[in-house]
Design a protein around this ligand. Structure first.
Ligand code: GLY
Length: 369
């Protein structure tokens, strides 16, 4: 039992298959794509012991051979060093232009493997098999690939669409609760940015989803992927509307920088806090009612998530320093900043008309309360 979400890009169309057990179809689906019968898998040291044997069995059952490179888990792997290691390993495996590389892991492995596939022999096909909720609803879809630079996150990369995404929702069962909830931050983001009815549904069903209800998990991943696919089809390379997917991310980037990209704050946790701050800012600017940020905060609290800046453990810099860390200080024009703001739940827009003082005040209050 699975659902399929198509991503309809001209010449680069692909399907996202979502459901428990879709991993078992990996062999048949990849064999049908052509290329050599040898599949190279990039994965990490957390995923490999849990799920690599199942993937290799699925591939060999359909007459493929499979080799895996197991990289260290964690954001540090999105580096020049591990990109070089990955590309050289793929070359040693004699990957050819028609072959398929598999990214088997969370967002880090998906971004790194996708970028390695983009630059290897000027581009080989790759299949995303995301194992985290965050990767299933966001990073494995849409073709953003890349690594971090010492100068900042995701500064080196390419748009390179996968040829297939297999989101096996049964794999989510082995995620630590904190990682699952961090990924849920990205799910909430979709309700907030474009589908109020989905947000209503999440308020009712997300506690069951967190407890493991498989139908709810499939539905949440499906709706998130549908919304992402629709935006990516409209604006693949982020000339406009794709930036809506960055709701909450401007605040999130500052908080991630302030916590040194450490496990004090996971990306999805920062997205959830950032969405709450973006809604708070919108309410203060008179764009939406104060009820909207309050409702969002109540839902995140009910889910046991971090909601406010004060929920982040340890000291944080002051509001001025956080504003500078948004990377926005250089983009200020006539005292105005660029943000994704909301006219209500499910109705966000991009604006370059946010007074610097309003953002500062939101941050100052958030640090105080
Ligand atoms: N994660 C944002 C995007 O794919 O555009």
């Amino acid at each position: 039992m699975h659902v399929t979400v198509p991503v309809d890009l001209p010449g680069r169309a692909y399907d996202i298959l979502i459901g428990p057990g879709v991993l078992d179809q990996a062999g048949a689906l990849i064999a049908a794509m052509g290329g050599r019968k040898h599949v190279c898998i990039l994965t990490d040291a957390n995923v490999a012991p849990l799920h690599l044997a199942a993937l290799q069995d699925a591939l060999t059952a359909d007459g493929l051979t499979a080799e895996a490179l197991v990289l260290p888990a964690g954001e540090g792997t999105k580096s020049w060093r591990h990109l070089e290691q990955s590309v050289e390993w793929l070359l040693a495996q004699k990957v050819e232009r028609g072959d398929v590389v598999v990214a088997f892991g969370g967002g880090v492995i998906g971004d790194l493997a996708g970028f390695a596939a983009a630059i290897l022999r000027r581009g080989v096909r790759f299949v995303q098999i995301p194992t985290s909720l965050l990767a299933q609803v966001d990073s494995s879809v849409g073709g953003k690939t890349g690594i971090n630079s010492p100068s900042g996150k995701n500064l080196i990369g390419a748009f390179h669409q996968p040829s297939l995404v297999l989101a096996d929702t049964a794999l989510l069962g082995t995620l630590p609760a904190r990682d699952f909830l961090a990924g849920y931050g990205e799910v909430v983001k979709y309700g907030l940015l474009g589908d109020a009815a989905f947000f209503d549904w999440l308020e009712a069903e997300a506690p069951a989803l967190a407890r493991g209800d498989m139908d709810a998990r499939v539905r949440a991943v499906q709706r998130s992927c549908e919304m992402k696919a629709e935006i990516v089809q409209r604006d693949e390379t982020e000339q406009g509307d794709r930036a809506l997917l960055n709701l909450g991310h401007t605040f999130c980037h500052a908080l991630e920088a302030a916590t040194g990209y450490s496990d004090r704050l996971l990306h999805g946790e920062g997205v959830a806090i950032g969405c709450a701050l973006a809604f708070e800012l919108s309410a203060r600017l008179g764009l939406c009612s104060q009820e909207d940020p309050s409702r969002l905060r109540a839902h995140l609290r009910e889910m046991g998530m971090k909601v406010d800046i004060r929920d982040i453990p340890g000291d944080l810099p002051d509001a001025e320093a956080l504003l500078a860390m948004m990377g926005q200080d250089k983009k200020v024009k006539d005292g105005k900043l660029r943000f994704i703001l909301a006219r209500g739940i499910g109705a966000v827009f991009i604006t370059s008309d946010v007074p610097r003082e309003a953002v500062l005040a939101v941050l100052q209050d958030a640090l105080r309360t």
